[in-house]
Design a protein around this ligand. Structure first.
Ligand SMILES: N[C@@H](CCC(=O)N[C@@H](CS)C(=O)NCC(=O)O)C(=O)O
Length: 276
């Protein structure tokens, strides 16, 4: 690792793609503080010591130009050399290839293929199950079981690998693609009583402990208090994507018992379309 660079400009100033990067900065990540998908790109940038600025987009008030960057209107978007890429996995893979050191994928094509199988499993199966349970907003046995099964698959991957990380002996690409939702497990536990430690997945629990000690993870972590407040506002149907922008936490929100809506990282479909 070449050193983790903190962003050099305010991450809430709405810098357009035409706003030049400061000297020494090589790319920009359009992000949203609480977004686990954007965190994937931030983790890869931090792991590679890529000097970057972060621009947090208020997803309730997307500027029109944001849809020129990503027609889906979603973060993350990575801007580099005047061009941009979107979709978290594609953006992270781009950073891996454009900034080859340190290499986060194995040179062995089969090991690399397995890493991709691991994070694709999590993306296709684990993440939807995670949000289904979160949406339920209570200890829903069916949704808990579904998530447990997909987490158990990760445990079986780790058992077959018999290594401390999905990447192998050190954290690598697959670890960073899976991690953001495991950082959010304590929040899921608060809301739904889902308990990772009770699943009988000792390798995964040990992986979580190791990941927490990783300086890249520490650098990119989301303030847990802000995270709880963010999801509490979601539960009220009033997500605030500027939460934490002034460096302070908003007053804590009382828990509400209703089922959660729009909690899969996506708002109503119409808010994603270009507003004309
Ligand atoms: N498949 C996308 C999902 C990204 C995503 O859902 N991002 C959320 C924030 S966590 C977003 O930008 N949502 C747009 C909106 O809420 O309007 C990816 O992997 O990048």
């Amino acid at each position: 690792m070449t050193g983790i660079e903190p962003p050099m400009q305010s991450s809430d100033e709405l810098r357009t793609p035409d706003t030049p990067l400061l000297p020494g900065q090589v790319c920009r990540i359009y992000s949203m503080r609480m977004c686990p998908y954007a965190q994937r790109a931030r983790l890869i940038a931090a792991a590679k010591g890529i000097s970057h600025d972060i621009v947090n987009i208020d997803l309730n008030n997307k500027p029109d130009w944001f849809f020129d960057l990503n027609p889906y209107g979603e973060v993350p978007v990575v801007l580099h050399n005047g061009r941009h890429v979107y979709e978290s996995l594609i953006a992270a893979e781009y950073l891996e290839e454009a900034f080859p050191k340190p290499k986060l994928f194995s040179d062995d094509p089969m090991v690399k293929a397995y890493e991709r199988i691991f994070y694709n499993h999590w993306t296709k199966k684990g993440i939807p199950a995670f949000y289904s349970l979160l949406k339920a907003g209570y200890p829903d046995p069916e949704q808990s079981k579904r998530l447990s099964e997909h987490i158990s698959t990760l445990e079986s991957f780790m058992a077959t690998l018999d290594k401390p990380y999905f990447h192998g002996e050190s954290p690598g690409f697959s670890d960073y693609m899976i991690w953001p939702w495991f950082e959010r497990m304590p929040m899921l536990t608060d809301i739904t009583e889902f308990n990772l430690s009770a699943l009988g997945c000792p390798r995964l629990v040990a992986w979580v402990d190791r990941m927490w000690k990783n300086p890249v993870v520490q650098h990119c972590k989301v303030d847990p208090q802000l995270m709880t407040q963010h999801y509490a506002l979601y539960r009220k149907g009033r997500p605030d994507f500027t939460i934490g922008a002034d460096g302070t936490a908003v007053p804590s929100q009382p828990a509400v018992p209703e089922a959660l809506e729009n909690l899969d990282g996506l708002r109503e479909a119409h808010t994603r379309d270009r507003q004309k």
